[in-house]
Write a new protein. Sequence first.
Length: 82
Amino acid sequence: MPIHPLWIVALLVIVLIIFGPGRLPELGSAAGRAMREFRKATSELTNEVTSSVNATSATPPATNSTSENAAKSTESASSTKN
């Protein structure tokens, strides 16, 4: 649903009436700081998740201990027969 320009003008008039022209720069500054902080937190979270995924995929895959134990028991059995 597109925002009609009349709605934007009406919203700006209401905000101007409620807060007054003196407080509008303060509100804009506070909104900018909040958006910057949100963007920073989002970036940090994204970097943390990416690094943890990369760290998990960088570790070598676990070996199958059952096949290793079977190979060792076969080797030891053949050496005891000789």
